[in-house]
Write a protein that binds this ligand. Structure first.
Ligand SMILES: Nc1ncnc2c1ncn2[C@@H]1O[C@H](COP(=O)(O)OP(=O)(O)OP(=O)(O)O)[C@@H](O)[C@H]1O
Length: 297
């Protein structure tokens, strides 16, 4: 279980995370989505005690991370694949982590094996590709067989096989009842892995939803009329969202085809056609995070 409550973190004049609250539950992969600079890494760093919040709380397994004894046996985190001594070998790095957290030494070779880096176990970590370093980071995160996983953009640098491996691994961990929080700035990547989505922009929560709900919210009606301006005004007045297209067509959200037809008829506005449209996940995500650039305020 991960609980973030009213978390706020500022860097100088930048509010990186702004009163953010959400939970990630055991047994689920929770996708943590947001554009670059939205505050995902900052939130994750606060979760594992690397950043001190200015206000609010970030807890894992009911307590602040710093309170956990042998934390790697409770919470596995991959925040920065480069956070390791480049002169060390992957095996030495994992041995050191195992020793400091009283994890059986035998786990190291197992972890190297299933992370697909046993062949590179004795090379200098600094000479590994980004994909290999990511795999080493995942091996480190899972070394202590933790109940909670916090992974910041773990598929960065992975090839298609690696991406599939990661997806199956995270799904399997959630199926075992573990809590998985997975960040990305790409909806397409997270939607295939996650059960729930927490979307942030400019440090604030913009959606806490399932993939299915997000798509349903994005359903609308594409409508053609010889009087698009009048129709747009009318539908907006009745509470619909109206987006004019280049070709004079309108995309209407918050009303179904029948409601659009009845509204137009009641105002005597002719329609040349209307049909339900489904916005893609990617579009739904763009809509949610629109106007959200860097969190500079
Ligand atoms: N150590 C720091 N010092 C100053 N500003 C920082 C620091 N870390 C993050 N920020 C700022 O805080 C905001 C949030 O950054 P953060 O890295 O948490 O976003 P993110 O969602 O993880 O982005 P990305 O997808 O690019 O990794 C950004 O404006 C960033 O520039």
């Amino acid at each position: 279980m991960i609980e973030v409550e009213e978390l706020t973190k500022r860097y100088g004049r930048t509010t990186a995370v702004d009163r953010l609250s959400f939970r990630a539950e055991p047994g689920l992969v929770t996708g943590f989505l947001g554009p670059n600079g939205a505050g995902k890494s900052t939130t994750m760093r606060a979760l594992v005690g690397l950043d001190r919040p200015d206000a609010g709380r970030a807890r894992v397994l009911g307590v602040p991370y710093a309170r956990l004894r042998h934390p790697l046996r409770r919470v596995g985190a991959l925040l920065d694949a480069d956070a390791l001594d480049p002169g060390r070998t992957p095996r030495a790095h994992l041995h050191w982590l195992a020793r400091s957290n009283r994890i059986p030494r035998a786990r190291v070779d197992e972890a190297l094996e299933w992370a697909g880096i046993a062949g590179a176990a004795s090379r200098r970590a600094g000479g590994l590709s980004l994909g290999m370093r990511q795999r080493l980071g995942v091996a480190a995160a899972l070394l202590g067989d933790p109940e909670v996983l916090v992974l910041d953009e773990p598929v960065n640098g992975l090839d298609p096989d690696g991406v599939r491996w990661m997806r199956e691994l995270l799904r399997a961990k959630a199926a075992e009842g573990r809590t998985v929080l997975l960040s990305s700035h790409l909806m397409s990547e997270v939607a295939r892995t996650a059960d729930r989505l927490v979307v942030i922009a400019r440090g604030r929560l913009v959606a806490d939803t399932s993939v299915r709900e997000l798509v349903q919210d994005g359903e609308g009606v594409l409508v053609h009329s010889p009087r698009p301006g009048d129709l747009a005004r009318l539908l907006s007045e009745r509470g619909a969202g109206v987006q004019p297209g280049d070709d004079g067509a309108l995309t209407v959200t918050g009303m179904d085809v029948r409601e659009v037809g009845e509204a137009a008829a009641s105002a005597g506005i002719p329609l040349h056609g209307s049909a339900p449209v489904r916005t893609s996940l990617e579009e739904a995500y763009m809509r949610l995070t629109a106007d959200a650039g860097e969190a500079v305020r």
